[in-house]
Design a protein around this ligand. Structure first.
Ligand code: ADP
Ligand code: MG
Length: 393
C-alpha cells in the first residue's frame, strides 16, 4: 500500500491551446479513498490516466509510495484500474476473468484458486464462479471487474466512473459496496465521477475540479459547509445553493445584507467564519443560502423578523417528506457555469430570480401565496462579488 502525491501535474494535449490539467497538486494518504469530481471535460480522466501511466505527463510529477513514477510503464506502477466499460472476457468464466491477471503472472494454480475464492467471497460472487459474464446482471459484472482489480493486491486502485453504466438503483447499492470493500482492503483509491452525490457519499475526501483547475479538496462535510468559492457552493448539494447578488450594510443593530430590497441580519457565526466581511462593509457581495436553511416562517413563530424574507411562491413541488417552494426574489441570481470560465460570473439581469426553499411537510404554502421565509442567518454563505471566492482569509 502506498500514498500518492501529485505535484503540479500538467497536461496539454497536442493541438489544443488550453491545458486539460493545470498544476494539479494532491496528497493522497495511504489507504485513503479520494474522489476526483467535476463536470464533464474538467480533466478527471486525464489526471487518472497520468497517474496510471496511460497518458504522457506534460509537467509536474506523480509519486506512488516514495517513488517518482513519471517514467514508469503502467504495469510497473503497482496499480489496478477499473473503468466504466468493464471489458470482461465473454468466453471465459467468472473464475477465469478474475484469475486472469494472476494467470498472466504465472502464479501457481493452487494459489490462484485460493485467491479467487477469497476475492469471490469479498464480492459475494462465490456462487457465480462457473458462469460466463453474459449470464450476469450489470452489478455482478461490475463486481467481477472489481475482482479482477482486487486480486492483484495493488498498492493503488484507480477507478474512472465505474458505476455510470448501471441503472440508478443499482448505482446506489454498488457505491455503498465499493466504499465498503475499499475500507476493508484499505487500498489507496482514487475514484473519478461527475456525480457529486457519489463523491460526497463515498470519499474520505473530495477534490473538485473545474476546467483543469482544482477548486477545493476537503472532507465531504467541509465541502458542503465551507465551500471555497461559488463554483464549489453550487456544484455540491442538490438542489443547489441559492446564490444572489446583494450588498453588505452596517447598521446600529449590526451587519445586514440587502437582497432585492429586503434586509437580513448577518449572525455573528457568519461574521466569525467569513472573517473578511468586516473589510467589505458597503460592498456588493454574493450571498449563498442553502434550500434547507429556508423554512416557512409560519412554522417558526419565534423566528426574528430581521431574519426573514418575503416572496411569492411561483411553484411548489411536494416530495412527501418536504416541500420545495420556488419563490421569486427581486434580486439578481448568480449562475455559475460548468465550463472553465473562471473570471465571469453570469449575471441574470431579469428582475425576478428563483430561490428554492425546502419547507417541511407541515407547510401549507401553495403556489400563488406570498410567504414569509425564515432564513437560518447563522448559515449564510458570503462570497466576493468579483472573484466568487469565499470571504475569508
Ligand atoms: P473528464 O474526464 O473530466 O470528463 P477529460 O480528462 O476526459 O475530462 O478531458 C479534459 C479535457 O481534455 C477536455 O477538454 C477534453 O476534450 C480534452 N481531451 C481529453 N482527451 C484528449 C485527447 N486525447 N486529445 C485532445 N484533447 C483531449
Ligand atoms: Mg472522464
Amino acid at each position: 500500500m502506498a500514498k500518492v502525491v501529485l505535484e503540479k501535474l500538467c497536461k496539454s494535449y497536442d493541438g489544443t491551446d488550453k491545458p486539460a490539467l493545470d498544476e494539479l497538486s494532491l496528497d493522497i494518504a495511504d489507504g485513503e479513498f479520494l474522489v476526483l469530481v467535476g463536470p464533464s471535460g474538467c480533466g478527471k480522466s486525464t489526471a487518472l490516466k497520468m497517474i496510471g501511466g496511460l497518458e504522457d505527463i506534460s509537467g509536474g510529477s506523480v509519486w506512488i509510495g516514495d517513488q517518482m513514477v513519471n517514467d514508469f510503464a503502467s504495469r510497473d506502477r503497482d496499480i489496478a484500474m477499473v473503468f466504466q466499460s468493464y471489458a470482461l472476457y465473454p468466453h471465459m468464466t467468472v473464475f477465469d476473468n478474475i484469475a486472469f491477471p494472476l494467470q498472466i503472472a504465472k502464479v501457481p494454480k493452487e494459489e490462484i484458486a485460493q485467491r479467487v475464492s477469497e476475492v469471490a467471497k469479498t464480492l459475494q460472487l462465490e456462487t457465480y464462479l462457473t458462469r460466463k459474464p453474459g449470464l450476469l446482471s450489470g452489478g455482478q459484472r461490475q463486481r467481477v471487474a472489481m475482482g479482477r482489480a482486487i486480486i492483484r493486491r495493488p498498492s493503488v486502485f484507480l477507478m474512472d466512473e465505474p458505476l455510470s453504466n448501471l441503472d440508478a438503483k443499482l448505482r446506489v447499492k454498488m457505491r455503498a459496496e465499493v466504499a465498503q470493500i475499499q475500507r476493508e482492503l484499505k487500498v489507496t483509491t482514487i475514484y473519478v465521477t461527475h456525480d457529486q452525490v457519489e463523491a460526497m457519499t463515498m470519499g474520505d475526501r473530495v477534490a473538485l475540479m473545474r476546467g483543469g483547475v482544482l477548486q477545493q479538496v476537503a472532507t465531504p462535510d467541509v465541502m458542503y459547509h465551507d465551500p471555497a468559492n461559488t463554483f464549489v457552493a453550487s456544484f455540491i448539494g442538490s438542489p443547489a445553493m441559492n446564490l444572489f447578488h446583494a450588498k453588505l450594510v452596517g447598521s446600529d443593530t449590526g451587519l445586514m445584507v440587502h437582497i432585492g430590497g429586503q434586509a437580513l441580519a448577518i449572525a455573528q457565526e457568519v461574521q466569525d467564519k467569513y472573517d473578511l466581511i468586516k473589510d467589505n462593509i458597503g460592498q456588493d457581495i454574493i450571498i449563498g443560502m442553502r434550500p434547507e436553511d429556508l423554512e416557512d416562517a409560519s412554522l417558526k413563530p419565534d423566528h426574528p423578523t430581521n431574519q426573514c424574507l418575503t416572496a411569492p411562491v411561483a411553484l411548489l413541488e411536494s416530495l412527501g417528506s418536504d416541500h420545495m417552494a420556488h419563490v421569486s426574489l427581486l434580486a439578481a441570481a448568480v449562475t455559475v457555469g460548468e465550463d472553465d470560465d473562471l473570471e465571469t460570473i453570469a449575471l441574470d439581469a431579469t428582475e425576478k430570480s428563483s430561490c428554492i426553499c425546502r419547507f417541511s411537510s407541515q407547510s401549507t404554502a401553495k403556489a400563488g401565496d406570498t410567504v414569509t421565509i425564515a432564513v437560518d442567518c447563522a448559515r449564510l454563505h458570503v462570497f466576493d462579488a468579483k472573484t466568487g471566492q469565499a470571504m475569508r482569509s
